[in-house]
Design a protein. Structure first.
Length: 159
């Protein structure tokens, strides 16, 4: 018999021994990440940064990574786990909203690099466009990608 599937909120709360600061491995990661240390954040840390973005403001995954690296005294934060944990936070927020919670993580304010909307977030591009335009942002399409016009002007400064 298989275990019941974890809810998104259970996945978000499962830190699996994270955060962890590791040395950048010379063989495989140094060409891409440089030298020094990197942090693998806990899912709730990523969610915590996302929760701080107020209405009308935006943040990118790269900015979240910089905040987490500073917090842990590391050179960088792992781009893969940070992105996965933002995705889990988005689905946990959507799950909470579907159960009637009003104060959820505003995942639609977290953008990919260069202001791109993340089509893997709940409700896809249409949901994100509706939420962002209701907060005063303009969405532009470039090929298959959707971006927030002049997103840099709306970036929040968090520590």
């Amino acid at each position: 018999m298989s275990k019941p599937k974890k809810s998104w909120r259970e996945k978000l709360a499962d830190s699996k021994g994270l955060p962890k600061v590791e040395t950048i491995d010379e063989k495989c990661m140094s060409a891409r990440w440089g030298s020094g240390t990197f942090v693998i954040p806990a899912p709730l840390e990523v969610d915590g940064v996302m929760r701080q973005v107020p209405k009308g403001k935006l943040i990118t995954i790269d900015e979240i990574r910089k905040i987490l690296a500073r917090k842990h005294g590391a050179n960088i934060a792992c781009p893969i786990t940070t992105g996965i944990f933002a995705w889990i936070a988005a689905h946990a927020a959507d799950e909470a909203a579907s159960q009637g919670e009003k104060r959820i993580t505003p995942y639609w304010r977290t953008l990919k690099t260069r202001g791109e909307l993340n089509p893997k977030y709940p409700g896809g591009i249409e949901n994100l466009k509706a939420r962002l335009t209701s907060e005063g942002h303009q969405i532009v399409q470039k090929g298959k990608r959707y971006l927030v016009r002049d997103f840099e002007r709306s970036l929040v400064a968090l520590e």
